[in-house]
Design a protein around this ligand. Structure first.
Ligand code: DGT
Ligand code: CA
Ligand code: CA
Ligand code: ZN
Length: 625
């Protein structure tokens, strides 16, 4: 338990950067090499299992099963996991002694440009670069100008400001690693990850962990010796605060059993939720803190071991962590409230999705075939249906399908559906050629994270014919309606012209929603968290049109997208707009992302009835416009 996925990804990115710096201009093979490292880094960052665990259990063979990881890169990863170093990288570093961490996230200066500068003036870090600009020397280097100098200065400033929050999904494997480490300390009897992580917030400031033990000193000592710690920031008798190698901070608190509920209530937050609870306690003549709920006059401890006990003492029902944001949940959760009971009974649960309506195949930019995507959706993730939504022709970077290819794909799908019906598809001998290593991790990541490991082989499964149709600049689609009408389901999405005004962008989506062939708007805001703001749209106008035209909006479950924010989901369901939750899978591992979409929906208080892919395939199809 020493090296996280994020660290492995980072060192690969550093190699990619240096490889590109080291290249001499037009060398195609270098380009290829550089891209291979970047792709591998992306893949590892998105891996829902600690790569270290894969290596420990399945060795180099296990690494080779990870998509995009070939021989050369897997052996470098192996070296890194074993020694914490990669010789190839160390050599490059000696050749280019820059403070590479600083440059990795800096927009506006790529490896080639940096090399051009370094060939003329020594530059080691961003500070040096800034000085060059201030001394008006950068503009003397070919390819630079006064304008470029001032642009770069702005980028440097915003780079300094934004040490951005981590994405929930990026931290998932890391948190699993920390939990595994803590489980080995037998003096710990309970472990719960609290804070924003438990509330499943889309971004996380720091990780908060609560453990129960009668030996806090030993536990703190054990925790601060965790191998991937960079610095112990503070250490007390029952608390510790550390910074990990990848820059993430972790808070640990040790409490006795009888304070477990009060401590988890306190540290799960949100802060605003906690403040209101404490006020309610005061109105009852009580005092609420990490250690328990106490009677002010007698000092007696009234509750502390469980959260529900405390809520109940405050005349409230237990509130799911995703809803603890002081958005009206406390007022609604009055003990015995019928409205609340219904809300909780109907709240979308982590097991309630029956299908996935955005899945890509290797016919465009997905990594596996339609058959394979179907096979794993069924046998590992227990889904009853998927829609294959490959990109369409105007999205050339994804090798989008034209009308003919779409219809060919439909035929391919109906053949597979026939084989599914006849019972031969999911049998052992038809198992696709992904070896047991990856299979095992697919299973594990699902079992651990989504509690939905139904692992069904029999019964019905259906592949729906579909597409992720491209919305053109004027709001029309790049595939004609008579072809779209032959598909089971059609999603439409914007993939270009992000810089239009809010009015025009909204009109574009409205026009797509008004198209009688379009069932779902995919990626309704187009944001990529921490990387790209969504395109500007008037959400409430879009919601009204969606309602009017019976168009579904998508909660894209990929944790770096989550196009609809929790507040958007809340607005949508209050209006009565229907939603779906899709993984946007390009590989079966991505089905595990569905849980992030479900979490977001729970944060938006969505019920099963609001999310149409909780229906069976037949009922879903009946409910389309
Ligand atoms: P984050 O880390 O920024 O993503 O958000 P949280 O919610 O994890 O916040 P964090 O780590 O600062 O603190 C964890 C929880 O501890 C927080 O959700 C509520 C509780 N907490 C922290 N500071 C305060 C405070 O000043 N007052 C109250 N009532 N609770 C606090
Ligand atoms: Ca936190
Ligand atoms: Ca914290
Ligand atoms: Zn897509």
């Amino acid at each position: 338990m020493t090296i996280s996925n994020a660290e492995v990804a980072k060192v690969l990115r550093k190699i990619a950067f240096l490889v590109e710096m080291d290249s001499n201009k037009e060398d195609e093979s270098i380009n290829f090499k550089n891209r291979a490292y970047l792709k591998a880094a992306d893949q590892i960052e998105n891996l829902p299992v600690p790569i270290e665990k894969i290596y420990k259990e399945s060795g180099l063979k296990g690494l080779l099963q990870i998509p995009m990881i070939g021989k050369a890169i897997s052996s470098k990863i192996e070296e890194f996991l074993n020694t914490g170093k990669i010789e190839y990288y160390e050599k490059l570093r000696i050749k280019y002694p820059i403070e590479i961490d600083e440059f990795l996230g800096l927009e506006g200066i790529g490896p080639k440009t940096l090399r051009t500068i370094m060939d003329r003036v020594p530059v080691k870090n961003i500070k040096d670069l800034e000085n060059l600009i201030k001394e008006e020397k950068l503009r003397t280097i070919p390819g630079f100008s006064q304008k470029k100098e001032s642009n770069l200065l702005k980028k440097i400033e915003s780079h300094r400001k934004g040490k951005s929050r981590s994405l929930l999904g990026d931290l998932y494997p890391l948190v699993a690693q920390i939990e595994d480490y803590l489980v080995d300390q037998k003096k710990i009897t309970k472990i719960i990850v609290v804070g924003s992580f438990r509330r499943m917030k889309e971004t996380i400031g720091d990780i908060d962990i609560l453990v129960v033990s009668r030996y806090p000193a030993e536990v703190i000592n054990y925790f601060t010796k965790m191998p991937n710690i960079d610095e112990v920031l503070s250490q007390g008798t029952s608390k510790a605060f550390v910074r990990l190698n990848n820059g993430t901070d972790v808070d640990l608190l040790v409490v006795p059993e009888d304070s477990f509920g009060s401590a988890s209530l306190y540290f799960t937050g949100s802060k605003e939720h906690g403040i209101v609870l404490r006020k309610i306690a005061q109105m009852h003549g009580y005092r609420l803190n990490e250690w328990g709920l106490f009677d002010n006059s007698t000092g007696q401890k009234l509750a502390g071991e469980s959260e529900s006990e405390i809520y109940n003492r405050l005349d409230l029902e237990w509130i799911p962590p995703e809803m603890r944001e002081n958005q009206g949940e406390i007022q609604m959760a009055k003990k015995g409230s019928k409205i609340w009971q219904q809300k909780i009974q109907n709240l979308i649960s982590y097991e309630s999705l029956k299908g996935d309506l955005q899945v890509h195949s290797s016919n465009t930019d997905g990594q596996l075939s339609v058959e394979e995507m179907a096979f794993y959706a069924r046998t590992i993730f227990g889904l009853d249906y998927i829609a294959i939504t490959d990109h369409t022709k105007s999205l050339s970077i994804a090798r989008g399908l034209d009308e003919h290819q779409l219809l060919d794909q439909s035929n391919e799908i109906s053949e597979i559906n026939d084989r599914i019906k006849s019972g031969e598809f999911f049998s052992q001998e038809n198992r696709p050629n992904i070896t047991k290593h990856l299979n095992k991790y697919l299973k594990e990541s699902n079992a651990k994270n989504s509690k939905n490991s139904r692992n069904k082989i029999n019964g019905t499964f259906k592949i729906l014919t579909a597409a992720e149709v491209n919305i053109l600049k004027d709001g029309s689609l790049d595939i004609s309606n008579n072809v779209l009408d032959k598909l089971d389901i059609v999603g439409a999405a914007i993939h270009s012209n992000f810089n239009l005004s809010e009015d025009i962008q909204t009109e574009r989506l409205i026009k797509a929603a008004q198209n009688p062939s379009v069932d779902i708007i995919f990626h309704p805001t187009g944001r990529i968290i921490n990387k790209r703001e969504g395109y500007p749209i008037n959400i409430s106008k879009l919601l009204s049109i969606a309602l009017e035209t019976d168009t579904i909006l998508e909660i894209d479950a990929h944790y770096n997208r989550l196009d609809l924010k929790d507040e958007h989901i809340r607005m949508a369901i209050e209006k009565g707009v229907k939603l779906v939750i899709d993984s946007d899978a390009h590989h079966p591992l991505h089905y595990t992302f569905l849980k992030f979409g479900i979490a977001q929906a729970r944060r938006g208080w969505a019920e099963r009835g609001d999310i149409l892919n909780t229906l069976s395939a037949n009922d879903l199809l009946k409910n389309l416009k």
